[in-house]
Design a protein around this ligand. Sequence first.
Ligand code: MN
Ligand code: MN
Length: 460
Amino acid sequence: MERKIAWNTYSDEELSKLEAVSAEYRGYLDNGKTERECVTETILMAEKKGYRNLTDVIANGEKLAAGDCVYSDCMGKAIMLFKLGKQPLEKGINIVGAHIDSPRMDLKQNPLYEDTGIAYLDTHYYGGIKKYQWVALPLALHGVVAKKDGTIVNIVIGEDPADPVVGISDLLIHLAGDQMGKKASVVIEGEELNVIIGGRPLKDEEKDPVKANMLAILKEKYDIEEEDFLSAEIEVVPAGPTRDFGLDRSMLLGYGHDDRVCAYASLNAILSIDETPEYTCCCVLADKEEIGSVGATGMSAKYFENAVAELINACGDYSDLILRRALTACRMLSCDVSAGYDPNFAGAFERKNSAYLGKGVCFNKYTGSRGKGGSNDANAEYIGRLRKLMDDANVNFQTAELGKVDQGGGGTIAYICAAYGMEVIDSGVAVLSMHAPWEIISKADLYEAVKAYRAFMLNA
Ligand code: MN
Ligand code: MN
């Protein structure tokens, strides 16, 4: 039952492919620090490979046929790519699905204030974070401001090496006696996640002169007013690029590997399919997974179902029954990251059923917590078929649970898609320091995920 270390299986040729995949992923991660940026990046990559916007296809009244490639985005925050297969949609779709939202801090609607000569932006954190990890490090601002006249202002501050960065202060150790005695969950509290953005007053301004200076800068650089924050979505994320990690460069340190590593692997896999596949292939990149897959852009919304309905219509005759048959007949990999075994915290894991960095793509029969609560428990028959499929494609894979029994738990988008009656299993890349500002993955696991997702779409 011991799984192979993927690194030991590679030829020189495969190692150079692995590095090429890693290099492209670094670009995807660096250009996609928000769900919106990931969608923009995904569309750029898809259009280069001949994918067309499904909305245009529908507007033109065009018909679709085997071999055609389309994408459909949902409010610029979630996206689906489809490559139509030889078999009718009624026979199901081979789906790889990941999420492109990551833990972070979002600016509040009324965020800007000044206190003792420092200008701050107030935040509300998004997803599960250890708040104490997000202080005393360089942060960047990414997002959009929607003005009343309908124009959208894109903002990225803190990524160009010439840019300033922002950040949250922590208390010096010399005065931290009380703080150090607190539980880790309250060492830094949610309302203390206030981002410092400035400290110089506007000349001759009497009331809140530092804040006034900030507003002057925002007006000059972006033509926005304070009230425009009311309709803005600005995310505070770690500043700086993904880095090779380790003296042997075997790993990547980056923000948002959860779950953009699986999103990228899914995207790479579908874009690598040049031939017309037997069954239609789909890559779906969802938003809002970290807060329960809610809202119009979360996986619980109907955009996937609606897109499949449009495809059925564009391929021939639509009926509700064909749509239901198509959804039920799908096969899916819910592509989400796994907790990598960490010897520093061995007590949280069970060694036989843990994901190890470098042992390949991971399959999780179930996730959930406390007696598998809330999990999608994949069928044994389905896993049996996938084992053969992975072995036939020479994919290095491992299986794992999320930590030891009753240690904690978590969920993915798997159960939402399983509700249609399709076969679904969680599958992803092992991550160290998951949900920390900087997460760690093995390049080998990324490479195996790309291989696995491609083989799945072509052969499931
Ligand atoms: Mn995830
Ligand atoms: Mn997560």
